[in-house]
Design a binder for this molecule. Structure first.
Ligand code: EPZ
Length: 418
């Protein structure tokens, strides 16, 4: 288990290029199972979640070949419809594969993807949606077993705009007989990216981003060469780091439109933001002013994946803030770790009540999940003195070359293998 050694208190200056979006690449790789022709995904981020998805595709019989950062998947040899338990637990989003594996094999078997450190992570909406398309689903000793004669389009109303459920149903519907309408669908940019990718393969999907996705089933899908969108959560993490540490940071390869809720909050914090084509430049020259409240919501609301990082920023603002997590039950596991650094935070139910302190102090903290871990790193960068962040394998799941990019901005950070 590696750890980060961090010397805090340095301003951040310079430019970082933002990676391709983890939460686009994962469903797109799952979609590659829908065709026998090669699919090439460009500039895939070198992160654990993607490597695990590639391993799972390998278990299904797909062939994966890297050419630099470009990844080509050939699913023509695919002959297995069971997603191995160990990998399903390792990678929750393997549940997206259900839709495409059922579409290809008319059956699928996956271990119940466990919950994780941010909540129960049920999959009831995924299963209800698949049943509406004609899939017969049983559950036995920790496995979900799916089978169907054929997939038939239908109207599906999601109880909540679940990203994964929307994506799973889209993948099952693209080659179903007839038309599927997904109502109360998630509106995240990654849903629109999946729609564009599927249409590049010859699918007929429209409405992504509008809350109602319409999929007209087609007979066959072809291959594709596709560049997914950039990672808005990685970008937001660097913007918040700059706001906390002070400095002048330029992000390259971002779409500011996908981050408008965060940019609005950072302006409230007193940060200066400039947007130029695919660049966002942030200047933070004085102690940030607290935002009174942050409420996570489905897109286009404030993203739950930036909640931990934003709470860390609130810890060093002048004034008090309330951060409310409306999507996941236990997404505050990083709070006791921030308290070790002198943060003044009280969590009651789904809200964290934060009193800004002048400075955090260095400490040894432990990462419990991907985004909470990232929040501990940026808090340590802003803190006075030295810190260690342990169990950084959680962070490796979603941030490519995190310490290199931060060090290139002047941060005092290095990875130590233990
Ligand atoms: C996706 O997870 C993202 N992961 C998450 O990012 C992100 O936090 C989440 O969407 C919300 O934006 C990927 O895209 C790989 P949901 P997902 O289904 O699909 C409830 C990260 O850090 N729900 O939109 O699992 C669920 O309990 C990760 O990159 C059901 O009740 O999220 C939650 O309260 C973490 N039943 C809410 O919906 C279901 O069947 C949102 O979950 C499914 C979900």
């Amino acid at each position: 288990m590696d750890k980060y050694m961090i010397n805090g208190g340095r301003r951040l200056e310079g430019c970082v290029r933002i990676q391709t979006a983890k939460n686009s690449v994962l469903p797109i790789l799952a979609a590659s199972v829908l065709t026998d022709e090669p699919v090439t995904v460009l500039n895939v981020p070198d992160i654990t979640d993607v490597r695990n998805m590639v391993k799972i595709l390998g278990c299904l019989g797909c062939r994966a070949v890297y050419d630099g950062d470009n990844l080509t998947i050939d699913s023509s040899p695919a002959d297995n419809c069971e997603i191995p338990r160990a990998l399903a637990h390792e990678l929750r989003s393997s549940v997206f594969l259900l839709g495409s594996v059922i579409s290809r094999f008319r059956k699928a078997k996956i271990a119940y993807p466990g919950g994780c450190d941010i909540g129960l992570r049920p999959v009831d909406l995924h299963l209800t949606g698949l049943k509406r398309l004609g899939v017969d689903i049983t559950e036995s000793n920790g496995y979900i077993l799916c089978k169907c004669e054929k997939l038939v389009g239908n109207e599906i109303m999601l109880d909540c705009p679940s990203v994964g459920a929307t994506e799973n149903i889209m993948l099952a519907a693209v080659k179903a007989e007839g038309t599927t309408i997904i109502k109360n669908a998630a509106r995240e940019p990654e849903i629109e990216d999946l729609q564009n990718f599927l249409n590049s393969m010859g699918a007929k999907v429209r409405g992504a981003g509008s809350g109602s996705v319409v999929v007209e089933g087609v007979e066959k899908l072809g291959g594709s060469v596709y560049q997914p969108i950039s990672d808005r959560i990685e970008a937001g993490t660097y913007l918040i780091a700059a706001a906390m540490c002070g400095g002048n940071v330029e992000l390259e390869g971002v779409n500011a439109e996908n981050l408008s809720s965060l940019l609005h909050k950072l302006r409230e914090n007193g940060c200066k933001l400039r947007i130029k084509n695919d660049k966002i430049i942030i200047r933070s020259d004085k102690r940030p002013v607290s935002v009174k409240s942050v409420e996570t919501q489905p897109y286009p609301g404030f993203p739950t994946d930036l909640q931990a990082q934003m709470t860390a920023l609130c810890c060093v603002c002048s004034g008090n803030s309330i951060v409310t997590e409306n999507l996941f039950e236990t997404r505050f596991k990083y709070v006791p770790e921030l308290r070790k650094m002198g943060a003044d935070i009280t969590v009651v139910d789904r809200s964290a009540f934060v009193r800004g302190v002048d400075k955090l102090r260095g400490a040894t903290t432990v990462a419990h999940d991907l985004r909470g871990g990232a929040a501990l790193v940026i808090a340590a960068l802003a803190a006075e003195g030295d810190s260690e962040v342990l169990d950084i394998s959680h962070i490796d799941r979603g941030y490519e070359r995190f310490e290199y990019k931060l060090a290139s901005l002047g941060a005092g950070i290095k990875r130590v293998g233990i």
